[in-house]
Design a protein around this ligand. Structure first.
Ligand code: GUN
Length: 283
């Protein structure tokens, strides 16, 4: 068993982004990212802090808007409109989930698709389906980089995705499909799930349940990627995979933390760089 070092792969991506950012700056363009967070969700605050830190590391310009819990839809929409019109800002990210009284969809639809570095806007989601990527969805793209780092060829392999969210499960299946895997999407209503997951050469767990994937669900020698970010019974951070018991069955596995998490952020940096290039007509 090999543990995939997400921090190292992520650092390599960020180093490349920084290099390209320096080249852009020499042409008078600094990539700019605006991050919006509404309310006090502690996990979201950690993610947003990490995104700001990554912007600094890559040499980007960044703005953070920490709005109070009682922000109205109208106020949030007005902020998005202002950022859409601001030429210093190439990428806009609104951290999800939003407080219950706000509509995620309305915000996502309002962000200019050219600045939608999360690739959540329906126009970008449609492009992903067609394989004509403007922006790669950050977490699934990070997973693909991690798989690539193992040297395992995805082509023709059986990939099973557990989870069907718009943010991870669905776009993940598309990226694997475009890489010529044979893909099966499973979810909480799937019957005989272990029977299906045991067929996976590549297993991606994105179901949001602590230690859900147990050793009996994993094929010998599989590549196991854990997108989960949960707390276990002792309040300790853990993934969707029962790491200690699964690790000896697979060829490669990602840890939590230090696996997929850091990759999501470096892919966001890459998308922001792409946004800055595109918006300034630089190849
Ligand atoms: N919440 C959890 N993951 C993400 C993400 O990738 N982007 C945004 N905007 N919110 C999230």
């Amino acid at each position: 068993m090999n543990i995939i070092d997400g921090k190292a792969v992520s650092a390599a991506v960020k180093a490349q982004v920084k290099k390209e950012c320096d080249e852009l700056k020499a042409k008078g363009v600094t990539p700019g990212l605006a991050v919006i967070i509404v309310g006090e969700d502690p996990a979201s605050q950690v993610y947003v802090r990490n995104k700001e830190r990554a912007c600094e590391e890559c040499g980007f310009y960044s703005e953070k808007y920490a709005l109070p819990e009682n922000t109205t839809q109208k106020e949030l929409n007005a902020l998005v409109d202002r950022l859409n019109a601001d030429s210093k800002i190439n990428g806009i990210l609104c951290q999800l989930p939003l407080p219950k009284h706000l509509d995620d969809k309305e915000v996502i639809n309002r962000i200019n698709p050219e600045k939608d570095v999360d690739a959540f806007h329906p126009e970008n989601v449609g492009a992903i389906m067609l394989g004509e990527y403007k922006y790669l969805p950050c977490t699934p793209a990070g997973v693909m980089e991690l798989i690539k780092s193992t040297g395992v060829d995805v082509k023709g392999k059986k990939a099973v995705v557990i989870g069907r969210s718009n943010i991870v499960g669905k776009p993940m299946a598309m990226l694997l499909l475009h890489a010529d895997a044979t893909v099966e999407i499973t979810h909480s209503k799937t019957v005989n799930l272990p029977e299906i997951t045991r067929t996976a050469d590549i297993l991606v767990a994105a179901i949001g349940k602590a230690k859900f994937v147990t050793a009996d669900m994993v094929k010998d020698g599989a590549v196991v990627i854990d997108v989960g970010m949960n707390r276990d019974e002792n309040g300790k951070l853990c993934g969707d995979v029962d790491f200690e018991n699964v690790k000896d069955k697979c060829s490669f596995i990602t840890p939590v933390p230090g696996g997929v998490g850091p990759m999501t952020i470096s892919m966001l940096m890459r998308n922001t760089l792409t946004a800055a290039k595109t918006q300034n007509n630089i190849k």
